[in-house]
Design a protein around this ligand. Structure first.
Ligand SMILES: NC(=O)c1ccc[n+]([C@@H]2O[C@H](COP(=O)([O-])OP(=O)(O)OC[C@H]3O[C@@H](n4cnc5c(N)ncnc54)[C@H](OP(=O)(O)O)[C@@H]3O)[C@@H](O)[C@H]2O)c1
Length: 266
C-alpha cells in the first residue's frame, strides 16, 4: 500500500482524508502535517492518522504528497520540501492558481505533478474535480491518482490551459447555482408559499431535475421542452427570463470568474 502525505488539513485536506478513509485506505497509510496545533490534535483524534512534525519527514515517507495549503503558502512549503523529491513520488496539488510549471520551478528538478481542482461538494462525495498533469506522469500513475480521488466525486480530465475556466465553472459554480436557488425560494415566498415549504419544493425541483437528466441521459433542452407546452405556464416564465437575458448574465458571470481566476494566478 502506498503512503499518502497531506500538507495542510483545512477544509479541503479534511474532506480528502475522510474520502480516503471511506474508500478503505488504511489509516496507517496516511500521514499529515498541519501548522495549526489545535487542528492537528483534532485530526489525530478524529481520524487516528499519524502527524508528521517535519515536512521533510512527510515527503520522505510518502509516495503521494497532497498539497492542500493556501496558494499564498505554496512558495514557503515548496522550498522546504524541494530537496526531498525524486521521480518515485507524485505531487498532487489542489491549490488554485498554482500551475504545474510554478511547482516545477520551485522544486528545481524533474518531478511528477498532478494538479486537481475540486469544488466544495467533495465534502459529501459529490464534488467535481478537474485533473491535469505534467508529462513525467505516466498513464498508469494518473489512473492511480484518479482512483484515489474517485470517492470525492466526478473526475474530469482537462488541459491545464482550462484550469481557470474549471475554477470558475466547477469551484465557483455552486455559489452561482445557490443564488438561483435562493431566488426560487424568494419567488415562492412572493407568490404566497411559506418559507420552509418553498425551500423544500425548490430543493426537490433541483434534485429531481438532475436525477431525471442523469437517469434518462437527456440534454437539459430536451427535458425543458417536455414541460413547456404551448401557451402554458412554463413558457410564460421562460419568456421573462429570456427578455432579461438570463443565459447571457450567467455566461458573463462565469466568464468574469474565469478571468479573475487567471488574475489571481501566481
Ligand atoms: N475550499 C474550496 O472550496 C477549494 C476549492 C478548490 C481548491 N481549493 C484549494 O485548496 C487549498 C486548501 O483550501 P482550504 O479551503 O482547505 O484552505 P484552509 O482551510 O485554509 O486549509 C489550509 C490549511 O493548511 C495550513 N497550513 C498553512 N501552511 C502550512 C504548512 N507549512 N504546513 C502545514 N499546514 C499548513 C493552514 O494553516 P493556517 O490557516 O494557519 O495558514 C490551514 O489550516 C487552497 O490552495 C485552495 O486554493 C479550495
Amino acid at each position: 500500500m502506498k503512503t499518502i502525505g497531506i500538507i495542510g488539513v483545512g477544509n479541503m485536506g479534511e474532506s480528502i482524508i475522510k474520502a480516503l478513509l471511506k474508500k478503505g485506505v488504511k489509516k496507517e497509510s496516511i500521514i499529515f502535517s498541519e501548522v495549526k496545533k489545535e487542528r492537528a490534535r483534532a485530526v489525530k483524534k478524529n481520524f487516528g492518522i499519524k502527524e508528521s512534525g517535519k515536512l521533510s519527514e512527510l515527503v520522505s515517507g510518502a509516495d503521494y504528497i497532497i498539497l492542500a495549503v493556501k496558494p499564498q503558502d505554496s512558495k514557503t512549503v515548496l522550498s522546504e520540501i524541494a530537496p526531498f523529491f525524486d521521480l518515485s513520488k507524485i505531487i498532487i496539488t489542489i491549490m488554485a492558481g498554482v500551475t504545474t510549471s510554478n511547482i516545477l520551478s520551485a522544486i528545481g528538478k524533474p518531478v511528477k505533478i498532478v494538479k486537481a481542482m475540486p469544488n466544495i461538494c467533495v465534502k459529501v462525495g459529490e464534488g467535481v474535480i478537474g485533473i491535469t498533469h505534467n508529462k513525467t506522469v505516466k498513464k498508469e500513475e494518473l489512473k492511480k491518482v484518479k482512483d484515489l480521488f474517485e470517492p470525492l466525486g466526478k473526475i474530469v480530465e482537462i488541459g491545464e490551459e482550462l484550469m481557470d475556466a474549471m475554477t470558475a465553472l466547477g469551484a465557483s459554480g455552486p455559489a452561482f447555482f445557490l443564488l438561483f436557488l435562493e431566488a426560487m425560494i424568494d419567488a415562492g415566498l412572493k407568490i404566497g408559499i411559506p418559507r420552509e415549504k418553498a425551500k423544500v419544493i425548490s430543493a426537490q425541483v433541483v434534485k429531481g431535475t438532475l436525477k431525471m437528466l442523469e437517469e434518462e441521459g437527456i440534454h437539459p433542452t430536451v427535458m425543458r421542452d417536455m414541460i413547456t407546452s404551448p401557451g402554458g405556464t412554463t413558457i410564460s416564465g421562460i419568456a421573462v427570463l429570456e427578455e432579461k437575458a438570463f443565459k447571457g448574465i450567467v455566461i458573463e458571470a462565469i466568464e468574469k470568474a474565469s478571468k479573475r481566476a487567471k488574475e489571481l494566478s501566481l
